[in-house]
Design a protein around this ligand. Structure first.
Ligand code: SAH
Ligand code: SF4
Length: 365
């Protein structure tokens, strides 16, 4: 079959249970066939209609004629010394996005993109340099998880964390991100644990209030990155639209479940936001919020003028927060050598010295 013909078929990845049930009806089947298809696609992760023998021949044939089950194509992968693997994934329109697989002793974390590029324009972030290419669909978000699970042969029901910390601002692509999370967390679909799924935001305040009202709510991480309005506006121009004061107010109003905490991310930039006074102001801002702070020493790369602080400064910052009752952790960036660490997910950032590790994988069967 030619490529054009294949692409003319509609990809079922991203379809909800209700949508597949509706599809079954439209193709002259009983509703429960749609549910079977849903389980086959997401729980059993089948990609070939011919193998879905439980669906019955007529349904299978009609599906195969007009639909497909395709994950984003793996265009490249780069393996880091620490075991992380950075994926370059190609979407149907030729757009590329990135996702990262990060194995740890007792769990696996998958870092996903929510948009191709990002419009938010944080000064220290490499994705910002791409600008916003476009939003991702529900299927393109889910497809990242499924492509990595297939490629890494991740067993179903393994202890999997998902973080929306790749390209894009997830709260600016709200509905598709939430729909994808719904399918990830459905025991009949991917079966991931909702509290192991984290959405990270630069602070899109109205959407934080929307998130608070969602029935299926992932964990929330907020990229704070500064201790005063002026400083935050200089580093994150979005602060002009949604101020630090409004952001903290939204965080205070955020309804946490028992034992749940907010996470605040704080990128430490040498000489800019890493002083003792900054730490004390951060402790003040977060006073009374059930939270933890992840301190992320800036990951450097070509084209941006920032530097990470010396380790002693990072430790002092951490100590000041902890002493004031704000638990703070230094986040060891995974995949630094392959530019897959926070904020480094832009194609522009493929370091030359790892080019020999760029395996061009064969297309997903
Ligand atoms: N857009 C969302 C999620 C993706 S960015 C957000 O901004 O929260 C994920 C995290 O990487 C954010 O906390 C961001 O502040 C951080 N980050 C961006 N660029 C970085 C860099 N160069 N070094 C370290 N962290 C960075
Ligand atoms: Fe976008 Fe997040 Fe990067 Fe800011 S830090 S430009 S919001 S991806």
């Amino acid at each position: 079959m030619g490529i054009d013909q294949a692409e003319a078929k509609l990809n079922l990845i991203g379809f909800s249970r209700a949508e597949l049930e509706q599809l079954a009806l439209e193709l002259g089947q009983a509703t429960y066939r749609g549910r079977q298809l849903y389980r086959a696609i997401y729980a059993r992760r089948q990609r070939n209609f011919a193998l879905l023998t439980d669906l019955g021949r007529p349904f299978r044939d009609r599906l195969a004629a007009a639909y497909r089950i395709d994950y984003p194509a793996i265009q490249g992968k780069i393996q880091s010394r620490d075991g992380s693997v950075r994926y370059l994934l190609a979407l149907d329109d030729g757009q590329t996005i990135e996702a990262v697989y990060m194995p740890e002793a007792d769990r696996i974390t998958l870092c996903l993109s929510s948009q191709a590029g990002c419009a938010v324009d944080c000064r220290f972030c490499f994705t910002a340099m791409l600008g916003l290419r476009r939003n991702l669909s529900t299927g393109e978000i889910l497809g990242q998880v499924m492509a990595m699970m297939a490629d890494q042969q991740i067993a179903p029901r393994s202890r999997l964390n998902v973080v929306f910390m790749g390209q894009g601002e997830p709260l600016l692509n709200f509905r598709p991100v939430m729909q994808a999370i719904g399918i990830m967390a459905d025991p009949e679909a991917l079966g991931l644990t909702l509290r192991r799924i984290t959405v990270s935001t630069s602070g899109i305040v109205p959407r934080i209030y929307d998130l608070a009202r969602e029935l299926l709510r992932p964990r929330l991480a907020v990229s704070l990155n500064a201790s005063t309005e002026e400083q935050r506006t200089a580093l994150m121009p979005i602060n002009r639209k949604y101020s630090l004061r409004q952001l903290i107010e939204a965080c205070r109003a955020y309804p946490l479940r028992p034992r749940e905490r907010l996470t605040f991310e704080y990128v430490l930039l040498d000489g800019l936001n890493d002083s003792d006074a900054d730490a004390l102001r951060v402790a003040g801002l977060l006073n009374g919020i059930a939270c933890r702070v992840n301190l992320i020493p800036y990951n450097p790369g070509d084209g941006l003028p920032y530097r990470p602080p010396p380790l002693a400064r990072v430790l002092a910052f951490q100590r000041l927060l902890s002493e004031r009752g704000v638990p703070a952790f230094i986040r060891v960036s995974r995949g630094r050598d392959i530019m897959a660490a926070c904020g480094q997910l832009s194609l522009a950032g493929v370091p030359a010295n790892t080019a020999e590790n760029l395996h061009v994988a064969s297309p997903v069967a």
